[in-house]
Ligand binder design. Structure first.
Ligand code: GLN
Length: 422
């Protein structure tokens, strides 16, 4: 008997989430950029990437769209890498503005309030590759860096850039304001061109999940293993995303979803669970704050289901699977610690990799401290799939961390008082 072909329930769960929001057609595609106004409003996609580099996705996960403001945190990270925190802080502050993304505003010392609004992002873009860089060299530097973060060569949508530049009066006003106060030196048109090209880099939700997981992993790109961002730069970038990434919806976002995030007007949305996961969604219809309606809804569901809220006081666990051993035809899987979504994913991954042999599989929960409902669902689903692959399954749960032994199809899993009962 071999259970090597167990299927993974996580993509199924992600598809279920997409279906739960599909009918919501509220909101409008961004209409101030002609090319975006023409965009199909219907695509819907989600991807997550663990810090170990495992990617799960569902829906229109191969559709490319432009990063828009999702480029801002990554450009901020690049500026911090190149110039150091002192120079970056001298140019752009880190206070939430509570204002719209395209507000013409500066703080008391004439700095943009934060790097997530356009004023801050235009100033940050100018720091990259030195203030005397040509637009093309600067943008190429950014495109290359983003490509390394995504692990593939990313392209710029030049048609969209041209279309955005036709009506870029608002961003031009911001650039003139920045020049007037000495925040940038470059010509206002060049500054807006450079920033708009940065926004027009094309990605899929899978690319974004990997880029985002790099921030979650302290700067190590989880697929290539390359260290691309300093750990402190990651922390700073995540902090600014948490306080300002969702503009004038930032406070509400932090209260309800509770993770650092960034949205873009093409419909992308990213969220980061530090040390655990990068998450991205794509759905082009936007709310009044310019954030994807279905994206926000998905993140609210994920945060509740997966227990992602950073202010949650439940302990976090890694390496949930302590050991998998086999003796006399019985395979025993021992779990440990606080079981959250990441722990559930670790369990599902390990059982998928394992070459099961013999007759029976026992899941030992005696070292499990807490069991989040999401992890419980994942564990039961994994165990059910082992049983469906032809093994007898049983659970050892001396402290009753599992409230019931019923699988999703209504069948029951056997309970053993201890491993010695075998
Ligand atoms: N390029 C867009 C702009 O500057 C990005 C805005 C956004 O995604 N919120 O208006």
């Amino acid at each position: 008997m071999c259970a090597n072909k167990l299927t993974m329930p996580i993509p199924e769960y992600l598809s279920e989430i997409l279906e739960s929001v599909r009918a919501n057609t509220a909101g409008e595609v961004a209409n101030y950029i002609p090319e975006l106004k023409k965009a199909d409003p219907n695509p819907l996609a989600i991807a997550i990437c663990t810090v170990d580099g495992r990617i799960y996705s569902a829906g229109d996960d191969e559709v490319e769209f432009t990063m828009q403001s999702i480029s801002k945190p990554f450009a901020y990270a690049l500026a911090l890498q190149e110039c150091g925190a002192d120079q970056v802080f001298d140019t752009v502050a880190v206070e939430p503005s509570g204002e719209a993304f395209n507000e013409l505003s500066l703080d008391g010392s004439n700095r943009p309030m934060n790097p997530m609004i356009n004023a801050g992002a235009i100033a940050i873009n100018q720091l990259i590759n030195g203030s005397d860089s040509s637009v093309e060299d600067r943008v190429e530097k950014i495109r290359k860096y983003f490509s390394e973060l995504a692990g593939r060569e990313l392209m710029i949508d030049r048609r969209l850039t041209e279309s955005e530049l036709v009506g870029a009066d608002r961003n031009l006003s911001i650039a003139h304001m920045l020049r007037n106060y000495g925040v940038i030196d470059d010509d206002a048109h060049d500054a807006v061109l450079s920033y708009t090209l940065q926004c027009a880099i094309k990605i899929t939700v899978r690319d974004l999940a990997v880029m985002t997981a790099t921030l979650a992993a302290g700067g190590v790109q989880p697929i290539t293993g390359k260290k691309l961002i300093d750990t402190k730069v990651c922390r700073l970038t995540l902090s600014v995303m948490a306080s300002a990434g969702m503009y004038n919806e930032a406070g509400q976002w932090l209260s309800t979803v509770g993770i650092p995030a960034k949205s873009g007007v093409a419909g992308g949305l990213i969220g980061i669970l530090p040390g655990q996961l990068g998450i991205s969604t794509f759905s082009p219809r936007l709310n009044a704050q310019g954030n994807s309606v279905r994206g926000v809804e998905i993140f609210k569901t994920l945060s509740d289901d997966m227990g992602l809220h950073l202010m949650s006081t439940e302990p976090v666990a890694v390496h949930a699977v302590r050991t998998i051993t086999e003796k006399d035809g019985v395979t025993t899987i021992r779990l440990q610690g606080a079981m959250n979504f990441s722990a559930g994913e670790n369990f599902l991954h390990e059982i998928q990799q394992h070459q099961f042999e013999g007759e029976m599989v026992v899941l030992d929960l005696s070292r499990v401290i807490t069991l989040h409902p999401m992890a419980m669902r994942m564990i039961k689903e994994g165990l059910k799939r082992i049983r469906d692959a032809g093994f007898k399954v049983a659970i050892v749960d001396p402290d009753n961390v599992l409230p019931n032994f019923t699988f999703s199809d209504g069948t029951l899993c056997a309970q053993l008082a201890s491993e010695r009962d075998l």
